[in-house]
Ligand binder design. Sequence first.
Ligand SMILES: CC(C)(COP(=O)(O)OP(=O)(O)OC[C@H]1O[C@@H](n2cnc3c(N)ncnc32)[C@H](O)[C@@H]1OP(=O)(O)O)[C@@H](O)C(=O)NCCC(=O)NCCS
Length: 211
Amino acid sequence: MPLIEKIKSESGTIGIWELQEPADDLLKNCQLHPADSERLNAFRSEKRCREFLASRLILQNLFPGYPQIVYTETVGKPVLKDSELHISITHSANLAAVYISEKKAGIDVEQLDRNINKVVQRFVAPQEIDFIEKGSHPQLAKIMLWAAKEAIYKCSGLPGILFNKQILIEDFDYRAQNHFSGKLLYQGITTKYRLNYHIVKNNVLVYCVEE
Ligand SMILES: CC(C)(COP(=O)(O)OP(=O)(O)OC[C@H]1O[C@@H](n2cnc3c(N)ncnc32)[C@H](O)[C@@H]1OP(=O)(O)O)[C@@H](O)C(=O)NCCC(=O)NCCS
């Protein structure tokens, strides 16, 4: 089974799964809660079934006898029922990843060659432009900013966030370090986040916890 990597962070563990097997094969090894079986049956695409099952298999692996995942009604953020631990889930075309953490956490994985030029203005703040343009690898910087903001958005559990105005990422040298910081501005309150990035199988994975 392709659980390809486990990363220990200071507050928890991240499991990364390579999406290779068909959904039927994943299902054979997956112990689903009844609510998850219902959710699975509602999916139409094979890809959606595979990513959903992979996330449960990761969780099963990190956390045998894992609690049920429920989703908040407001924004659809996953929560572990009757557990103090936090969960965040992400998928790309070829990977799924789950972050289980003692602190509020967010995770996002994006393929490195994904073309996001059309949405750059919607998610990059003016003070972040240099981060993209001055580095030696603008595409990596762009994808990293995007994934960092998605991770912070997921961690927050808040609705209607403007990525280019309310989520700001501190400039950092991504060739020299893999940790950085960011903040979310919401209704007069600033929340700070510690972020890490990790390159895996032509994807960038960004994960964060609230400081
Ligand atoms: C919902 C959203 C966060 C999903 O992100 P994505 O990159 O498309 O997809 P990912 O595979 O990384 O993440 C999907 C997982 O995120 C989780 N998720 C969905 N909504 C969430 C939320 N509001 N908060 C936290 N987690 C959420 C779910 O667990 C989902 O997986 P599952 O349904 O299999 O359990 C994203 O589509 C979104 O709405 N982003 C913010 C909106 C926005 O304005 N973005 C662009 C700004 S330019």
